[in-house]
Write a protein that binds this ligand. Structure first.
Ligand code: MG
Length: 165
């Protein structure tokens, strides 16, 4: 089958003391960081799930199980690169992706360009193909209280060649 395929991703991580805050591969100065098995880069995780979903490859929990010690504290950009390579092997090329971070604080505006560059480099695409946005939830819910952050993403891929057997 050829053609365009869309995927969505969603992820949540808890904010805790004593962890760095890493979003889109950028370490952002903040009083707390996201908790998780890897570097807990919630934004990159949502993007990976959108890509995996678009290509019908399952989700990142299947691709990179958190029971595997190889992934402890690993940079999520490395995992994103692996997802990108996997898509290429299956004959998919990214058309574009759009990622939204939901967080009450800190402001990520100054870091967005670097995030896009990091994500694009990991996938071997142009930063223009990746959009990074952020919003708050007006103080409501778990993001509003600062208990955690969430992220959602959509990705459009095109099947350019038949999957390699
Ligand atoms: Mg995650």
């Amino acid at each position: 089958m050829t053609g365009l395929r869309i995927g969505q991703g969603y992820d949540v991580h808890r904010l805790v003391d004593g962890r760095p805050l890493i979003l889109g591969g950028v370490t952002i100065p903040y009083e707390r960081g996201l908790d998780g098995h890897s570097d807990a880069d919630v934004l990159t995780h949502a993007l990976m799930d959108a890509l995996a979903g678009a290509a019908g490859l399952g989700d990142i929990g299947v691709l990179f199980p958190d029971t595997d010690s190889a992934y402890r504290d690993i940079s999520s950009l490395k995992l994103l690169e692996a997802v990108g390579n996997y898509l290429k092997e299956k004959g998919f090329a990214l058309v574009n992706a759009d990622v939204t971070l939901v967080a009450q604080a800190p402001k990520i505006g100054p870091y967005k360009a670097r995030m896009r560059e990091n994500l694009a480099r990991a996938l071997g695409v142009d930063p223009a193909q990746i959009s990074v946005k952020a919003t708050t939830e007006e103080g409501l819910g778990f993001t509003g209280s600062g208990a955690g952050m969430s992220s959602m993403a959509v990705a459009l891929v095109e099947q350019c060649s038949p999957a390699e057997e």
